[in-house]
Every structure is written in structure tokens, then in C-alpha cells.
Design a protein around this ligand. Structure first.
Ligand SMILES: *Cc1c(COP(=O)(O)O)cnc(C)c1O
Length: 430
């Protein structure tokens, strides 16, 4: 049975007299959270629903509803095709530039919004391979626990170009280390493709060390930043990253299917040779001239007509990130995952749950994965109860903590609900 503590809409932990008063602790953490005020800017945060999957699909901002409405009535409905010349054609570079500055640590002119992460990564890996001039470099280095689309698209490129894939066997409860990259990269390596925050374990790879290791082996480094953008501080310029990509519908709240971002280090731009030659990436696109000639700068990364709708929502979050700063956002992310671990240790570990995320906060992003054989069932039951974590096969619950929209009380609500579901199952078995 669930009872509610006075003043709290979340379940109390009745029947656990020896445990600390976690509800009071969550309230105190919320009261002392300098970013707490951002939560109410998101749709749905005033309902009892517990959302622990903002790293798969971020919540919308309330202002996005107004902005989309205004866009339809004024920009699209009012300006019609004039909108392209007046603003929209420049948005991929304008919003890309803001994302680079606010989120990636990238100087102007190297980031653009385009396509989906899958397509952007395909174009980037092909561009990176084209930039490697040495014909003896015939291998792409990646890891077995990389996100499926990353593995598949590189398998396709290897088949297309008759290249070899070299796989690092990553520990599913952590991720790829600099030592593993140093050992695996060599004179045959052309490109290294890794995820910075592992989608399953949350492991935070050493961007600086691994990029340096790839360069020392003579290879180019491509980072997938899907679970990093908006959750950890990034310094792609400072780490001398060659290429990076990521999605905008996770911590950047761009909405389902919002377009991806691409970062190309400026030293690669003059010769950047990406494989999808479309009119939007051509010099003087609207002259409609014969033959393809790439545009100057990062614009040459574009292929087709940009997805303007999908850029409206991410702009709202980028504004908030510029205001709050990635330093304080990362600090809150760390506190949230620490609280999730604290709750796990007290409430879930005694029931046989085991973490599959590094305990050292410096080695993880903003999500925590917990394993238990019942978690497939438990997740389905939780979704019906409006408590929404993610499930990752074979038996992981992934608790994604989006720093601007998640409260500490929400984390407690989620973990308490997981405990309740486990207890119900144990009492049925016992
Ligand atoms: C979410 C995610 C993607 C998604 O790619 P799409 O093309 O947007 O479907 C790719 N890589 C990683 C690591 C992800 O977490």
C-alpha cells in the first residue's frame, strides 16, 4: 500500500522505519538547487508523472508551444516562401553556432544543424575517411557496445568502401578507455568512432586522452555526443576533436525527430568532402548552376532543405543553457546521479538490484542504469503508473536525469516506485 507524506504528492516509504527520511532529504535538495526554477518552464512538470527518460526524449518547454503557434501564424503563414530568404536558410548555421558555443565548447563556424544523427554520422565518417590520404589506413576502430545505429552505419561504410572494422570489446558496465584505444589504434587505423557518454552504462569516456591517442596513432577522431550534449561540459575545440555529431531531442529538448548537429573542426573545412552532394551545400545554391561546387565553410556539410520546424524547440533550450551555463548544469547532473545511487543503495540494493554505471561521478554522464532480472516487467508496470524510466535489454532500467527539468523529489518518486514493484513481485514469489 502506498501512503503519501504530508505536503508531498509522492509515495512515502512506509514500513521502512530504519531508513533516513528520504522525502525530507529530496525536499531539502530541491530547496537548495540553484537550477530548481527551470523545472516549471517545462510542460507537465506540475503533474505527478515521474519522468526519468529525458535522455531519450526531453520534455517540451512551455514557450515552445507559443513559438510554434507564432511560427505557423506569422512566419510560415504570413511570410510564406519569403521566410527562406528572410531567415530560415541561415538557421542551420545560426542555431548550430549557438549550440557549438553553449554546449560543445566550439568556436563559431564549425557547427551546423542537419539531417538525423545517423545520416550526419554517415557523412562525417565518410568525410573523415576522405581526409585520410594514406592508402594503408584501411581500418575504422569502434567498440562493441556503441549505439546500434553507429555500428550499423559503419558496417555499411566498410562494405561500401571495402574497409576493415576493428572492434574494441567494451565493458557494458563502463566503457572504452584510453588504454584500449592506444592498444587497438595503429598504422592501419583511419578513423576512430566512439560515444562520449555510453548510451547504456552512462560511462563518460576521456575525450581528451582518447582523441590524443587516436592522433598519436595517425587517425582522425569522431565522437558521438548524443548523451553528452546538454548533460556534461564539453570542450571539443580544446580537446582537438576532428568531428562530432549528436541529437537534439534528448537533453536539448528539440522534440521527436528534431534534426542533429554536426561539428567539423575548422582545419578540416577547406577540404571537407562529404558524400551527399545536395543543393543546400552548394556555393550559390539558388543560382541552380550545373555541377556541384561546395559552399564555403561549414555550410558545405548541408545536403537538402533544412528542417525548420525541428529547430524551433531546441532554440528554447539553448537559450536556457546559455543563461544557466553548462558548469552549473553538470554540477546538478552529478548531484542527481549521486542521489540516485544513494537511493539505490538504501532501497534497491537489498532487493538484489545492481548498478551498471560507474560509481565515480567523474566517470559518468547524467543517467544511471540498474540491473535486475524483473526489470522488463517492472518497467512495463511503471509506465502504466506514469513513472517513466527506460528499459535496456537484457534487464536494465535506465534512469535518465535531465538537469533542467528533473527534480530530486522526482528521482525519489521513481526509485520508490521501482522498489514497490520489486517488493510486490518478491512477495508473490515468496
Ligand atoms: C539516440 C542516439 C542516436 C540516434 O540517432 P538517430 O539518427 O537520431 O536515430 C545515435 N547515437 C547515439 C549514441 C544515441 O544515443
Amino acid at each position: 500500500m502506498t501512503t503519501s507524506a504530508p505536503g508531498s504528492k509522492f509515495p512515502n516509504l512506509a514500513g521502512l522505519p530504519d531508513l533516513p527520511d528520504f522525502a525530507a532529504r529530496a525536499r531539502e535538495l530541491d530547496a537548495n538547487d540553484p537550477l530548481a526554477g527551470y523545472r516549471e518552464l517545462f510542460v507537465g512538470t506540475d503533474t505527478p508523472l515521474g519522468y526519468l527518460d529525458g535522455n531519450s526524449l526531453g520534455r517540451p518547454l512551455k514557450r515552445t508551444a507559443e513559438e510554434i503557434n507564432r511560427f505557423i501564424h506569422e512566419a510560415w503563414g504570413g511570410r510564406l516562401i519569403r521566410g527562406w530568404d528572410e531567415e530560415w536558410l541561415e538557421l542551420p548555421e545560426a542555431i548550430g553556432g549557438q549550440l557549438g558555443r553553449a554546449v560543445l565548447g566550439a568556436a563559431a563556424g564549425q557547427t551546423v544543424i542537419a539531417d538525423s544523427t545517423t545520416v550526419v554520422l554517415y557523412k562525417i565518417v565518410r568525410a573523415a575517411l576522405a581526409a585520410v590520404k594514406d592508402p594503408r589506413r584501411t581500418e575504422i576502430l569502434l567498440d562493441t557496445d556503441n549505439f546500434p545505429t553507429d555500428r550499423y552505419l559503419v558496417e555499411g561504410i566498410a562494405e561500401e568502401l571495402r574497409l576493415t572494422l576493428r572492434w574494441i570489446d567494451a565493458d557494458p558496465a563502463s566503457g572504452v578507455t584510453e588504454g584500449q584505444v592506444r592498444e587497438a589504434a595503429g598504422p592501419a587505423t583511419a578513423v576512430v568512432l566512439l560515444s562520449h557518454v555510453a548510451y547504456r552504462s552512462g560511462y563518460l569516456a576521456d575525450m581528451r586522452g582518447i582523441t590524443a591517442a587516436a592522433h598519436e596513432a595517425g587517425a582522425l577522431m569522431v565522437w558521438d555526443l548524443c548523451h553528452s550534449a546538454g548533460s556534461v561540459e564539453l570542450a571539443v575545440d580544446e580537446c582537438d576533436v576532428d568531428f562530432a555529431a549528436g541529437c537534439t531531442y534528448k537533453y536539448l529538448n528539440g522534440g521527436p525527430g528534431s534534426p542533429a548537429f554536426a561539428y567539423v573542426n575548422r582545419r578540416h573545412l577547406p577540404d571537407l568532402h562529404q558524400p551527399i552532394w545536395g543543393w543546400m551545400g552548394r556555393r550559390d545554391a539558388f543560382e541552380m548552376c550545373p555541377g556541384y561546387e561546395p559552399a564555403e565553410g561549414i555550410r558545405r556539410f548541408l545536403s537538402g532543405t533544412p528542417a525548420i520546424f525541428g529547430m524551433i524547440a531546441m532554440k528554447g533550450t539553448l537559450d536556457l543553457i546559455e543563461e544557466a551555463g553548462m558548469g552549473p548544469i553538470r554540477a546538478k547532473a552529478t548531484k542527481l546521479t549521486e542521489f540516485a545511487f544513494e537511493l539505490h543503495d538504501a532501497l534497491l540494493a537489498p532487493l538484489g538490484v545492481e548498478p551498471a554505471t560507474p560509481r565515480n561521478p567523474e566517470l559518468r554522464g547524467s543517467h544511471v542504469t540498474l540491473n535486475h532480472p524483473s526489470f522488463r516487467d517492472v518497467t512495463a508496470a511503471l509506465w502504466d503508473l506514469d513513472v517513466i524510466p527506460d528499459f535496456r535489454a537484457p534487464h536494465g532500467i535506465r534512469i535518465g536525469l535531465s538537469p533542467l527539468s528533473t527534480s530530486f523529489s522526482e528521482v525519489l518518486h521513481g526509485v520508490a516506485a521501482i522498489r514497490e514493484q520489486l517488493l510486490q513481485r518478491l512477495s508473490v514469489e515468496g
